[in-house]
Design a protein around this ligand. Structure first.
Ligand code: 13P
Length: 253
């Protein structure tokens, strides 16, 4: 059975002190994660070790980096390698977020290389995809997302794709307070799963967790997560409020 995942993406927010206060508050709120559910904290690089330590002994709670570089090591001032992340016991890495594609010009090919080096180092990618409003208005969202998956993931083996994690984040829903409707989310998640099934077979497609991202809040998470092909969420703004993210974790199937 595929994992149900509530993943926080703090983006470039919070000081160390604020991040500690948030984690302390969150960990004080009772929440239960069953065998099949995970909470993942995508935090800025400087806080990874600290948050990892705070989660020690907690079952099914993991940390994620928000990016890594696509080269092994060397003269790349300011970059962080997958090997470095692994050496501090990071579990996941968010790759291909639309903000990175847009502001840092991350291409399909660069993302394929980042996926590869992450897997080589034992990090689990959370691979983001999703279309801009203009693409949806042109009725081209299915093809657009399919191309993102094909260009950056379809070189992977069946074994590498088993249990993989994808996040569908329509750009028009990120930080706008405007979520995709339950139907829009389910339709695209089913499309993504069918594209995966065509390439890898139904059993592998069924093992892949497809998270929804884009204005997931405490008051809408349950209905979105209840859609059959939605396996949790990747959450920005609401993950910065302890009570809200706890409620989102508690909304997992
Ligand atoms: P919001 O939840 O703030 O819309 O952000 C979504 C997102 O980009 C998560 O990666």
């Amino acid at each position: 059975m595929r994992k149900q995942i509530a993943a926080a993406n703090w983006k470039m927010n919070l000081t160390l002190q604020q991040s500690e206060a948030l984690m302390n508050e969150l960990l004080a709120i009772p929440h239960t994660l069953n065998e099949n559910q995970q909470a993942v904290f995508g935090v800025p690089f400087p806080y990874l070790i600290n948050v990892k330590n705070k989660l020690s002994g907690k079952k099914n709670a993991f940390v994620a980096a928000q990016n890594c570089y696509d080269k092994k090591s060397g003269a790349y001032t300011g970059e962080v390698s997958a090997e470095m992340l692994k050496s501090i016991s990071v579990d996941y890495v968010i790759l291909g977020h639309s903000e990175r594609r847009e502001y840092f010009n991350e291409s399909h090919a660069m993302l394929a290389a980042k996926v590869n080096i992450s897997l080589e180092n034992g990090l689990k990618p959370i691979f983001c995809c999703g279309e801009a409003l203009s693409v949806r208005e042109a009725g081209n969202e299915n093809n657009f997302v399919e191309t993102q998956l094909k260009e950056s993931l379809f070189h992977l083996s069946a074994a590498q794709m088993t249990g993989f994690v994808i996040a569908y984040e329509p750009i028009w829903a990120i930080g706008t307070g405007k979520t995709a409707s339950n139907e829009q989310a389910q339709q695209m998640h089913a499309h993504i799963r069918s594209v995966l099934a065509k390439q890898y077979g139904q059993a592998i497609a069924d093992s892949i967790s497809i998270l929804y991202g884009g204005s997931v809040k405490a008051n809408n998470a349950k209905e979105i997560f209840a859609q059959p092909d939605v396996d949790g969420g990747l959450v920005g703004g609401a993950s910065l409020v302890a009570a809200d993210f706890a409620a989102i974790i508690n909304s997992l199937k």
